[in-house]
Design a protein around this ligand. Structure first.
Ligand code: SF4
Length: 286
């Protein structure tokens, strides 16, 4: 019998509930957010203005050809379920078309709830994977606080001190990351000196390096070569994985991975992902 303790797997929150449900959203990402013309978005779009490709039923009229038309960013974006939460819960299922007077507050609330839901996503992971009862308690308390806030009302959401909440959550995420990553190193182990938080690893070939347990929080991994790498226990909070080669890589035990990061990378059917993260449709289209 193994002497290794099991993680608490405490049901603090469900990451499944933080997946976007566009069918219950008033296309808030296609209206509330602004975009500048770039490699990710083929044209300028002002904040609060509906995208010109938005249909009257809130669906995207160019959905099936987004990448070929230069709207790659739309296939990468993920709202952590903020769209449906704002549309249905905060505004009672009445859209900005029917109630133009709510438009501004709905769009502002979307931006804030997206940040809050992102925190809930990470806190749920702490609850699922920590071995430390203090981390469970802190994650539960913060989750309850944020959940209550998102269930309150638009005014309360807009008045929330998100920055201070974010600072508190951040401390817990760093402690949890340390807890998990420390399991991968024995004293005296040496890791490649380039594997540090915020490292610029753009276009670097990382194949063959022992990555497990590395802290790559905020690292730039644009177009890095991670093919067939094992990223178990690697902290990827905020890491930029755009165009990273991840075919055959194992992300199933990576820390703080998001759908948006995965969507932005180049993987295939061999890439292993956590159960809560879907395989991007465009990976099959190559
Ligand atoms: S191109 Fe489509 S998905 Fe992208 S913002 Fe416009 S309507 Fe939305």
């Amino acid at each position: 019998m193994s002497s290794t303790p099991l993680p608490f797997t405490s049901a603090i929150g469900s990451r499944a509930e933080l997946r976007a449900d566009c069918s219950n959203c008033f296309a808030l990402c296609c209206t509330a957010l602004g975009f500048s013309r770039s490699a990710d978005f083929a044209e300028d779009k002002a904040v609060g203005a509906p995208c010109r490709h938005l249909g009257s039923d809130h669906s995207c009229t160019v959905h099936d050809s987004l990448r070929s038309r230069g709207f790659r960013g739309c296939t990468v974006f993920d709202c952590f379920g903020a769209g449906q939460a704002v549309s249905q819960r905060l505004f009672g299922g009445v859209g900005w078309c029917d109630r133009p007077d709510t438009r501004q507050s709905m769009f502002a609330a979307f931006t804030t709830v997206k940040l809050l839901h992102e925190m809930l996503w990470y806190l749920a992971e702490v609850g699922e994977r920590t071995y430390d009862s203090n981390h469970v308690d802190e994650a539960r308390s913060l989750t309850n606080m944020i959940t209550a806030l998102t269930a309150s009302g638009p005014e309360e959401v807009l008045a929330a001190d998100v920055e201070s909440l974010h600072s508190t959550v951040r401390v817990l995420l760093m402690d949890f990351s340390e807890e998990i990553r420390s399991r991968y190193f024995a004293e005296g182990d040496h890791q490649d000196a380039r594997l540090t938080p915020g490292a610029d690893l753009a276009e670097i070939d990382l194949r063959g390096l022992p990555l497990c347990g590395a802290d790559l929080r905020g690292a730039c991994l644009i177009a890095a070569d991670l093919r067939h790498c094992d990223l178990t226990g690697v902290d990827l909070l905020g890491a930029d994985l755009r165009d990273a080669r991840v075919e055959g890589a194992d992300f199933s035990g990576a820390l703080f991975l998001t759908q948006s990061q995965v969507n932005s990378a180049q993987g295939d059917e061999r890439t292993r992902l956590p159960a809560e993260i879907g395989r991007p449709r465009h990976w099959n289209a190559k």
